[in-house]
Design a protein around this ligand. Sequence first.
Ligand code: NAP
Length: 246
Amino acid sequence: MTTTSRKSVLVTGASRGIGAAVATRLAADGFAVAVNYAGSASAAQQVVDTIIAGGGAAIAVQGDVSSSADVLRMFDETENAFGGLDGVVNNAGIMVNETIADGTEQTYDRTFDINVRGVFLVLREAAKRMRNGGRIVNFSSSVIGLALPTYGLYSASKAAVDALTRVLSKELRGREITVNSIAPGPTATKLFLDGKTPEQIEHLAQLNPLGRLATPEDIANAVSFLMSPQGGWINGQVIRANGGMN
Ligand code: NAP
């Protein structure tokens, strides 16, 4: 497999949902893709197999983004396979719905370990190791703007991601690397659908004037643009990809 002539990208949490759609789309765009997963090895391998069957280049890379040792290994494996790194999509994330009154410290720790510490650890490595001219896309959420009940810890973790995005975009001055957040609205994935009734899902789908949930591919299209040469003048921004749910 000759992968070194392609630009390369590491997509965290790419075994399913939005991450899998982003990995597949970026492979179709011409990137060699490192498909990261924490526990879902066979699902990640399926994403890799689909990419390779379509003529693309991909490897699966196990690692928990909240572990610095794992993150170092993920970057090593990606660089060894592809000869360098041109893009990072910080997609891995979790969501637990609890009111603040009922919130547990365990949920706080898990949410911030994966959604904030994980993003920080990946950004720290990306800032040191990415080639000049690259692209970083972090995952925020449009729910920050809605301030919906039960989304307190999740929204707080994503607000932290947006802060990291804006600061890093400035710290990388001189490297021609853009850093943006994408903030999806409700998107039909396990993270969103699990634990909701059909009525709750329909209610949330109707919050945008296009009247449906996003598909993972809708979000992957927006990431593809930010990762492309055409997206090069967008930097330090939070792009709310939500069908108009404002
Ligand atoms: P999902 O279907 O639950 O997929 C999450 C992915 O992250 C899985 O591949 C999972 O793989 C991986 N993952 C979880 N913990 C990890 C860890 N510690 N280290 C590495 N990988 C890990 O979620 P999704 O809906 O696609 O969400 C993707 C991103 O979009 C998240 O950051 C989420 O907050 C954000 N978002 C989603 C929505 C929505 O409505 N779906 C809206 C706004 C923002 P394993 O099974 O291998 O752990």
